[in-house]
Design a protein around this ligand. Structure first.
Ligand code: GLN
Length: 226
């Protein structure tokens, strides 16, 4: 047998924003997490090398459009607005928005209680879109969730609206804050592709299906969420 070394065509460049644990985050200088394991399993099935590139969340879709990356996996919710510009794979995770508050806060119990409060969101996240639409809080937009948590602890904001799993992960690693569960709508995470790159999307959908069938997907869910 021949061992063929990887050429350009054998590499898939994947954009992410590694500030969203447990889906993607830095472990020292290495990017790890559920999405990263999942996309590497996909790479194994397709026999392609996966190169993950970190960037700001709101730079991900522009990087995809300008072909700096071939796809984006970033706990990204499939929204109508985003679908105007990109295609999404089959969904691989279901989430919703929750509220993070200080442990001693006993007056914020739902989204209604955020009215006229200083609320932190991360720029361009679905939490930002949700709260912007509600339009009844004083919104502060952060470039990442870690700086929002600092302001929450300092009392500069009273709450953060964030995706459910990262919220759980963040309160586990920070003392003095807690999660309020909400009845927000479900959101589906999916991988984003350029509209003209339908073949790649179909290949990835097939690979995702295989990972569902061979038990790998379940293994990763257990590893990160149970
Ligand atoms: N699910 C949220 C969104 O799509 C947050 C994603 C993220 O921070 N990586 O906007």
């Amino acid at each position: 047998i021949f061992l063929v070394s990887c050429n350009e065509n054998n590499i898939i460049y994947v954009g992410t924003n590694a500030e969203f644990p447990p889906f993607e985050y830095f472990d020292k200088d290495k990017i790890v997490g559920f999405d990263i394991d999942l996309i590497n399993e996909v790479g194994n099935i397709l026999n392609k090398e996966i190169k993950v590139i970190h960037m700001d969340f709101d730079g991900l879709l522009p990087a995809l459009q300008s072909k700096k990356v071939d796809m984006v996996i970033a706990g990204m919710t499939e929204t109508e607005e985003r679908k105007e510009n990109v295609n999404f794979s089959n969904s691989y995770y279901e989430a919703k928005q929750v509220i993070i508050i200080n442990e001693d806060n006993n007056y914020i119990k739902s989204f209604e209680d955020l009215e006229n409060k200083n609320v932190g969101v991360v720029l361009g996240f679905t939490g930002d879109a949700l709260m912007t639409e509600k339009d009844n809080s004083i919104l502060k937009r952060f470039s990442n969730v870690y700086s929002a948590v600092l302001d929450l602890k300092n009392g500069k904001i009273e709450a953060i609206v964030l995706d459910s799993e990262p919220a759980k992960n963040i309160i586990k690693n920070n003392e003095g804050i807690k999660v309020v569960n909400t009845d927000s709508l479900k959101e589906s995470y999916a991988i984003a592709f350029r509209k003209d790159d339908e073949n790649l999307m179909l290949e990835i959908n097939n690979a995702l299906k295989k990972l569902g069938e061979n038990g790998k997907y379940k293994e990763l869910i257990d590893k990160y969420f149970n």
